[in-house]
Write a protein that binds this ligand. Structure first.
Ligand code: 1DF
Ligand code: MN
Length: 355
């Protein structure tokens, strides 16, 4: 028995809505092989070593189980979905995707991974939806891959795992990617990556660098860098998605608005330029959030309250976190039938253009 065995094995019944889980992960043999090659070199990035280095080498039941699940786009995944009552998974190449690789390898393996994911979706068209993976370190190639993903592979969203070798999308050199996403009207899911080398030490020495806390801090920072750099003034129709209850940013909205304005007004930093709206306005108008890893009614209700019920989507984070008890807890939230259907189903259908 693996450690993720549900405490309450009762399969959730059919509901008045489909359950669409929107931050679910897979891996390909070629990406695994490249990860092995990177991990075998000297001076491996400490975050990558602590994350995939761990999952790929640990004899623990959790790690072994996760690696098996990640590698499957057929029966095992569908069995786990059925056991948890998940109708559809929106699937992306697991973090850090190709972003830990050198530029040329990343471009090639992004395309190959997208092809393999598209084949999986073709085999199971009613169960799987694919996200386009890109190599942000080659923004022109990434923009082309977005176009190919939309026009040739039928995918309608993009995954980017936060920073790329310590660089953030707030840098205008990456903005061809935003232009492509906006032009093709596909959202970018800004998913966590392992913390960059220049940030990880105080987190890692106390074991708080991963999904427990560090992921949320760094991905939330990345989203705020994008907002304060004026990306949404330049690309007003660009849509982004962040998981883990919006990496706690809904809770920060009031203070962000007050202090960002105070910083701008006092000309405190050369790098902080005025933006057209308040940070919270962009969070409400350009962002969607998912509850990945947070099956917690008060946080979901609060976010619906401050962002709007159309902006909060369901996600599981398979295979890193999937518990049938969490599905039951969310089914039982005290929420109108209409809002619950938006949360589990129709918001995802709209944002990911699921037919
Ligand atoms: C973990 C969590 C790993 C998430 C992930 O991808 C991931 C983890 C490597 O727990 O180690 O996507 N997550 O999104 O919370
Ligand atoms: Mn995840």
């Amino acid at each position: 028995m693996h450690t993720l065995a549900p405490a309450n094995p009762q399969v959730p019944g059919k509901a008045a809505y489909q359950r669409i889980a929107t931050e679910e992960a897979f891996i390909t043999p070629e990406v695994l092989a490249e990860y092995k090659r990177i991990l075998s070199k000297e001076n491996v990035d400490p975050g990558f070593k602590g994350l995939l280095g761990f999952y790929m080498s640990s004899p623990s039941a959790r790690a072994q189980h996760i690696m098996r699940c990640l590698s499957d786009l057929d029966q095992l995944r569908i069995q786990h979905m059925d056991e948890c009552g998940i109708d559809k998974q929106v699937i992306a190449l697991t973090a850090p995707g190709v972003q830990i690789m050198d530029k040329d390898t990343a471009v090639a393996l992004a395309a190959l991974s997208n092809d393999q994911l598209a084949e999986g979706v073709r085999r199971h068209p009613t169960r799987f939806v694919g996200m386009i993976c890109v190599a942000p370190h080659d923004p022109v190639a990434a923009a082309k891959e977005i176009e190919r993903g939309v026009n040739k592979l039928g995918m309608n969203s993009v995954i980017i795992n936060s920073h790329t070798h310590g660089e953030y999308l707030s840098d205008p050199k990456f903005w061809d990617i935003f232009a492509a996403a906006e032009a093709h009207d596909v959202p970018i899911y800004l998913h966590p990556n392992a913390l960059p080398a220049n940030m990880i030490q105080p987190f890692q020495e106390c074991g708080l660098d991963g999904a427990v806390y560090g992921f949320g801090v760094e991905t939330g920072l990345h989203a705020l860098r994008i907002i304060t750099a004026g990306v949404f003034d330049r690309f007003p129709k660009l849509k982004m998605i962040i998981g883990h209850m919006g990496e706690a940013l809904p809770f920060w909205m009031y203070r962000l608005d007050y202090m960002h304005r105070a910083t701008v007004m006092s000309n405190r930093y050369e790098s902080v330029k005025p933006i057209k709206k308040k940070p919270s306005d962009y969070l409400r108008e350009n962002f969607y959030i998912t509850n990945s890893g947070v099956a917690w009614e008060p946080a979901i209700k609060f976010s619906q309250d401050v962002l709007g019920v159309d902006r909060v989507l369901y996600a599981m984070d398979y295979p890193y976190q999937y518990l049938v008890d969490e599905v039951h807890a969310l089914d039982n939230m005290k929420m109108s039938a209409e809002d619950k259907k938006k949360f589990f189903q129709t918001n995802a259908e709209t944002v990911f253009k699921i037919a």
